[in-house]
Design a protein around this ligand. Sequence first.
Ligand SMILES: Nc1nc2c(c(=O)[nH]1)N[C@@H](CN(C=O)c1ccc(C(=O)N[C@@H](CCC(=O)O)C(=O)O)cc1)CN2
Ligand SMILES: [Mg+2]
Length: 285
Amino acid sequence: MNTKLIDGKEIAKKKRSEMKSRVVELKRLGVQPHLAVILVGEDPASKTYVKNKEKACQEIGILSNVFHYETDTDERTILQKIEQLNSDPAIHGILVQLPLPEHIDAKKIIRAIDPKKDVDGFHPINIGKRILGEKSFIPCTPLGIIVMLEEAGVSISGKHAVVVGRSNIVGKPIGQLLLDKDATVTYCHSKTKNLKEYTVQADILIVAVGKSRLIKADDVKEGAVVIDVGMNRDENGKLCGDVDTLEVLPKVSRITPVPGGVGPMTITMLLANTIEAAKTVHKIG
Ligand SMILES: Nc1nc2c(c(=O)[nH]1)N[C@@H](CN(C=O)c1ccc(C(=O)N[C@@H](CCC(=O)O)C(=O)O)cc1)CN2
Ligand SMILES: [Mg+2]
């Protein structure tokens, strides 16, 4: 692999191996982390992610249960299941795979999850706590990006980080996390005029917009660190990111590939959050 590429698969492997040992220790203390996953519908990508989550849990010794509901299941049924999982002391983490079918209000569903079991970090209580700098669950993709930057030895303090994208799952939280690490953060989005004017200033450029190869060589600063969160299909059906990696590579100092960059870290951080949930409830430091 090109030395400029930040290998998400390798970092994920290392982190998962560390977590496996932590789970062994927890089991010795009589605690086995346990994740419940709710999947509604037949979206092929969601089914794959859920299967991969189950497999990842199994690999490191976390228990997992998947509750798979038909597409036309009503909201009440899902809310009742969440209530039941909230009150089950054996369950440490609950996640609802997104996106949900249109007739289900995702906001309502996420708010129903006990914030102490919200291992996706999507509940408003966890978002609020994070903004206040209090201990909280951090959404898995942004948390994975921070871990990748640390593992790649990228210093954040004092750097200009430019975040392209403002979703609640990636854009907003990653900007906040970088700010907490003393970066100067600029947010750009679909209404930003002359995007390039901002991206060329970035020491650390995070792109999470869902537009195939939007960022080209002339959009980045020489020596920048580029984190590509995009997962798109190009005109040939090939998986690609929001950054034109081949074009940008000679100019940047480090860059995450797609696939094999940020993606594998998302599920890895879900495992970390589930372990943390179990440790917190059992008061293990
Ligand atoms: N409840 C949640 N729903 C969704 C989340 C989430 O964190 N919580 N994130 C995404 C989907 N997702 C996990 O759920 C996810 C996406 C991508 C990957 C990944 O490993 N991608 C690979 C490529 C996979 C491929 O070949 O298609 C990569 O980038 O290398 C893992 C997890 C939305 N929903
Ligand atoms: Mg251009």
